[in-house]
Design a protein around this ligand. Sequence first.
Ligand SMILES: [Zn+2]
Length: 113
Amino acid sequence: MVPKTSPSCPHCGEPLAPFKLPDDGGWDGTFQLACFNDECPYFARGWAWMEEHYGVRSSYRYRLNPVSGQASPIPVWSRNALRDRMIEGDVAVDKVGGSDVIPGQDGEKGSHP
Ligand SMILES: [Zn+2]
């Protein structure tokens, strides 16, 4: 079973916040989780890294796909980027991805004739 506790950022320990995905992102979910902590070292060092490697004033935030459990950086062009996509309130992460649960497989008994 998936624990009820909200996932937190492995870089700064802040709880991850859900945000809606851009429509043209081609992602396989309706929302993902990201660390929106501006003090997060992952985000903070991203500015220098991006400028050094790509010559752009940009950074990235820690992002987690709640469906696959895969973490990857999501590019942000400013501190406020993606903030308008943040979802208000709690999101039940443990309900995401339930479509691939096979009924009866998880200890569901009592259907014997
Ligand atoms: Zn963080």
